[in-house]
Design a binder for this molecule. Sequence first.
Ligand code: ATP
Ligand code: MG
Length: 140
Amino acid sequence: MASERTLSIIKPDATRRNLTGAVNALLEDAGLRIIAQKRIRLSRERAEDFYQVHKERPFYNDLVTFMTSGPVVVQVLEGEDAVLLNRKVMGATDPALANAGTIRKIFGESIEANSVHGSDSPDNAKTEIAFFFSEGEITG
Ligand code: ATP
Ligand code: MG
């Protein structure tokens, strides 16, 4: 399996609790390399744009409000099968249903404030990485 890249976001519930390093340790322990990373505050427009696919979902407005409620850390992860591996390390969307040892099980507060985002396919990973990073900001 070739090396792959995926987009990860440490969400406001986690940055608020000073968990950036703790989340990064779990990512690195799983074999993912953080090859780009920046802490930013999303504007409402940018968050709406990022979550366009969910705009018809009932939780869309609350999700955008939550994602703009504090800083996020956007990062590019690299590794073998990185998209799937990251989804495994993250755990299920609802922390209550996530497997033991996953980021969302350990740190997630609710189905909305679930500490991390991860791309769900290699195609989406490319789009999402380009949404936040220029090629020059990524050092593999
Ligand atoms: P992400 O896209 O953040 O990696 P995911 O792919 O596991 O998470 P999605 O279905 O894409 O889940 O939902 C995107 C985000 O919307 C979730 O991570 C969560 O923050 C929020 N969300 C999803 N379902 C609900 C819900 N039923 N109620 C409130 N918020 C939700
Ligand atoms: Mg998703």
